[in-house]
Design a protein around this ligand. Sequence first.
Ligand SMILES: Nc1ncnc2c1ncn2[C@@H]1O[C@H](COP(=O)(O)OP(=O)(O)OP(=O)(O)O)[C@@H](O)[C@H]1O
Length: 292
Amino acid sequence: MIIDSISNHIVPSRKFTMHPALLVQDLRVSLHGRALIDGVSFTVDRGQRLALLGASGSGKSLTAAALLGQLPASMSASGQLQINGVDVTLSDRRTRRSGLTAIHQDPMSALNPLVRLGKQLEIPLRHAGLSGSAARKRALELLASMGIEEAERTMESFSGELSGGQLQRVCIALALACRSSVLVADEPTTALDMVSQAKVLEALSLYSESACAESVYSESARSAAAGAMLFITHDLAVAAAFCHQALVLSSGRIVEEGSMESVVERPRHQYTKQLVEAAHLGFDSLRRRATA
Ligand SMILES: Nc1ncnc2c1ncn2[C@@H]1O[C@H](COP(=O)(O)OP(=O)(O)OP(=O)(O)O)[C@@H](O)[C@H]1O
């Protein structure tokens, strides 16, 4: 993403007094006695977006998989997980975690190839209490908010008929349709062109900021849909523009955490310093090439 200065785009963080939408305390994931995630703790408040950064292999996806109950059977997880103040047993696998929805890197894993995409989008909306016509209208709006131009045709399509980038956007629309309190997004925009990426990030920010404000849902449903987000990315410029807080992992441990502003402007760990430097270098070299 081309930006003049990362710090000009940083999202200010806000303070909340209620219990966090997502609480992770002393998360440990091990494989045959070897710690892959080692004592990771963090919270994400309603309306907040936390960037999970770190080099390849640092443990970002495993952290997400542990929260979602999707670790491989050979791995074990311990620690405390709370969603909206409710304890969830980390060792429970494959059971859907109420209040938590994932946006995976691989869109095919989230979609049923035999069911039309419109139907897949309408199911969670009907579950939330919308009528058939209201669910269809909302599904079309969600697709449009993802920058999908032919939303009607997309509704009638099967997953095998769309491109990777289109499918990724349908998956994000599906995740938003689920209206969970917490979204765990693992590199959700890496497969997208820059225009689509900007659209999707805008829709995700609107979701996390105004999830509580939609009138079609009851008061209790609105307060449960809090729009907290754990955002896994390698792209510091996107993280800085989109997230309020940041957490940096290295070898399964937290090596740096704080507001996005402090992490970008005053990085302390070697990896974070390199990441900030690389983001600035990338932009400078693009600018040099553009003006050469
Ligand atoms: N199925 C697995 N079996 C054994 N080790 C694994 C498995 N999945 C991940 N690991 C190990 O766990 C560590 C963390 O992996 P993880 O996939 O969480 O990294 P990551 O930070 O998401 O990397 P990337 O940015 O490349 O996606 C790595 O050392 C990796 O080799």
